[in-house]
Write a protein that binds this ligand. Structure first.
Ligand code: PMP
Ligand code: GLN
Length: 398
């Protein structure tokens, strides 16, 4: 639970044992992903809750990792990441988004996107600084802000298209606004920002010193011919942004926890001051493997088609169901509204479906401070067709 409005719910993600020292994060309990995956395991349910593939990564990637480990590349890599990987990342960004980042000073390989966001917050936020977030917000953002004394300023994405009200963004900016965090393709809404959105952001921030953290971990998973709008495409944004991505989503290796950050050198210098005393480096052997594997551009260029097929397979299985699919334009999530099925809270329904029907999902209300009126469950379709068929079958009977 995130706020008192959730306290009578079947899902308890609130802290249960207050520590005698005043908590820096009094409202934070256990992340919903841990809660739902644990519940799914306990009840042997199909787990479409936490976002991770139920299939393996490419055998070539595993072979490369083994090769580098066996070749003895097992000591600390350079603090910013091995040069070959930083070069591959810079090349990819320049090719896809048209901005050149300096390999020495502007790209850093990190132990995952969560870490990157946290470290950027640690590097920039002073107590009382305001950080604009959009609700529903991925659950690591607000704690990463608050633990450093920052104050989240929440704006609502407009249901059901989850669009941004740019006038509200303009109105939310104060002299204390230090940061703004965006996420496209978006978790949990599965929407993408348009070029027009990014131009609005560019214009809105143009006379400010506000820094952007742009969480783009699903950059290679965009559907129906849409194009990923990285902040790196927009000079007025690139010059003030940390672009964050993760190899976990792109290469089906969420457990490898490796990602990267690109930012102008002044911002990156501050980021590295913290990074060198936080993790210091990201895992070394994995970096050699990713550097080699990134030469295979198809692996990420074909990812959108791969996941679009899974989305469509899942949706096909839901034809005739009483769930109402919301548009999924990117990520590997499909949101389903259930007004025709139940008037339960999404937190209660998610638990009941896991225990009684054997299918686990994520209740979207946990990504809000106060549960919204509309009720939606999030399902992960990064699964084999067999799993998706079973899941859709259960859901169609409700
Ligand atoms: N941001 C978003 C929006 C995510 O969905 C996730 C992971 N699922 C992350 C960040 C974290 O990525 P990583 O595992 O690389 O820390
Ligand atoms: N980002 C993944 C999701 O949304 C989960 C990552 C995690 O468990 N921290 O499901």
């Amino acid at each position: 639970m995130i706020e008192s409005a959730h306290t009578d719910s079947a899902i308890n993600i609130m802290p249960s044992h207050p520590h005698p020292l005043a908590s820096k994060l009094p409202k934070v309990g256990t992340t919903i992903f841990t809660v739902m995956s644990r519940l799914a395991a306990e009840h042997n349910a199909i787990n479409l809750s936490q976002g991770f593939p139920d299939f393996d990564c490419a055998p070539e990637l595993k072979a490369l990792l083994a090769q580098h480990i066996n070749a003895g590349r097992n000591q600390y890599p350079p603090m910013a990441g091995i040069p070959a990987l930083r070069e591959a990342i810079a090349d990819k960004i320049a090719t896809l988004y048209g901005t050149s980042y300096d390999v020495e000073q502007e790209i850093t390989v990190v132990p995952g996107a969560t870490y990157a966001i946290y470290t950027a917050c640690a590097a920039l936020i002073r107590p009382g600084d305001e950080v604009i977030l959009f609700e529903p917000a991925y659950d690591s953002y607000a704690p990463a802000v608050e633990v450093h004394g920052g104050v989240p300023v929440y704006l609502q994405l407009r249901y059901p298209d989850y669009s941004i009200d740019w006038q509200a963004v303009q109105a939310a900016i104060t002299p204390k606004t230090k940061l703004l965090i965006i996420n496209t393709p978006n978790n949990p809404t599965a929407t993408v920002l348009s070029a027009e959105d990014l131009r609005m952001l560019e214009g809105t921030l143009s006379n400010t010193n506000i820094v952007v953290i742009s969480d783009e971990v699903y950059e290679h998973i965009v559907f129906d011919g849409h194009q990923h709008q990285s902040v790196a495409r927009f000079p007025g944004l690139a010059e003030r942004s940390f672009v964050v991505s993760s190899f976990g989503k792109t290469y089906h290796v969420t457990g490898w926890k490796t990602g990267y950050v690109a930012a102008p050198k002044e911002l990156m210098a501050e980021f590295r001051k913290v990074h060198q005393f936080n993790a210091f480096v990201a895992n070394g052997p994995l970096q050699y493997a990713f550097a080699d594997y990134m030469k295979n551009r198809d692996a990420y260029l074909e990812l959108s088609a791969f996941y679009q097929k899974k989305r469509d397979f899942f949706l096909d299985g839901l034809k005739g169901s009483r769930f109402k699919p919301l548009p999924s334009r990117g990520t590997f999530f499909q949101n389903l509204a259930y007004d025709a099925i139940s008037d339960e809270k999404d937190t209660d329904l998610a638990v009941r479906l896991t225990k009684e029907k054997g299918i686990a999902s994520i209740p979207v209300s946990v990504f809000y401070r106060q549960p919204p009126v509309h009720r939606v469950l999030r399902f992960c379709f990064a699964k084999s067709e067999a799993t998706l068929a079973k899941g859709a079958d259960i859901l169609s009977q409700l």
